[in-house]
Ligand binder design. Structure first.
Ligand code: GUN
Length: 283
């Protein structure tokens, strides 16, 4: 079998277009534009790329982008004061603080200061709890974007054996909760997991987000499995690759995401979708 490609670039472009149309309709009806505030502290290079892409996506979708780039030595108290100000600003519907933050700032304290109603990253314990109790409000963007991609396969997730590799708060854990809510049977693997190859080989659906180039081998993949690669790694020769051996996995999978152009573009599109939802009180 040679897999069909799950084209995240295309699916994200369609989602962004539908968001833009909703914004146009709302603005034509006299409502305000969605406002998204992105706070970046310091100059992490990956974050700079991400924040720039967010800014472009906001402009194209007709959002008001409020980017706040703060020097690396900004105190935690000043970041919290900015969050308080944005929490109270009715023109701002979504607030995110780009991670990682510098070492003198505690990410947990920052995340918990964002109003859960404006937490469009879905990282606040309130929103994690909503997802964990099967009543999501604002769900983390990357895993939710993966769910949007999975819908495009037309394959029902109910009853599938789903293996999630990686247990981070940004990807693995919310991914497992999303799949559990879709009635898949979940195995979450991490660095202490024994016999990862065996676990992956039993998966009807495998989602990998660990940040280790080609860590999951193509010959671990079950014939016909759906394969989702959240990883994006830069190799010494400058090329990009995922966490899964793409060429070998493609020969066995039914559907597979490429890197780049797979899950990556879905994160920002889903961030806009979450912000739209807050701005216009959509479901
Ligand atoms: N750093 C890497 N991914 C993310 C994300 O989805 N949101 C935030 N805020 N920071 C990140």
């Amino acid at each position: 079998m040679s897999a069909s490609i799950l084209d995240g670039k295309l699916i994200a472009a369609e989602l962004r277009e539908s968001i833009k149309q909703e914004v146009d309709a709302q603005v034509a009806a006299g409502n305000i534009r969605p406002g998204l505030a992105v706070i970046m502290v310091g100059e992490d290079p990956a974050s700079q790329v991400y924040v720039r892409n967010k800014k472009i996506a906001c402009e194209k979708a007709g959002f008001n982008d409020v980017s706040e780039v703060l020097p690396a030595n900004t105190s935690q108290a000043d970041v919290l004061a900015l969050i308080d100000q944005l929490n109270n600003d009715p023109t701002v519907h979504g607030i995110i603080v780009q991670l990682p933050v510098p070492k003198h700032i505690d990410p947990k304290t920052i995340i918990e200061r964002i109003s859960p109603a404006k937490d469009v990253d879905g990282f606040h314990p309130y929103n994690v709890g909503r997802l964990a109790t099967g009543a999501p409000q604002l769900a983390p963007c990357t895993p939710h974007g993966v769910m949007t991609m999975l819908e495009k396969t037309g394959i029902p997730l109910r009853g599938l054996n789903a293996v999630v590799v990686g247990a981070s708060n940004i990807v693995g854990v919310p991914m497992a909760l999303e799949l559990l809510n879709a009635r898949a049977t979940i195995t979450v693997c991490h660095s202490a997991t024994k016999d990862l190859a065996q676990k992956v080989s039993e998966a009807d659906l495998v989602v990998v987000g660990v940040g280790i180039p080609n860590m999951v081998k193509g010959d671990w993949i079950k014939e016909g499995a759906i394969v989702i690669d959240v990883g994006i790694n830069r190799l010494d020769d400058g090329s990009l690759c995922g966490d899964i051996e793409f060429e070998a996995a493609k020969e066995r999978a039914s559907w597979i995401t490429p890197v780049p152009g797979g899950v990556g573009p879905m994160t920002i599109a889903t961030l806009l979708q979450n912000t739209l939802k807050v701005a216009y009180h959509l479901d």
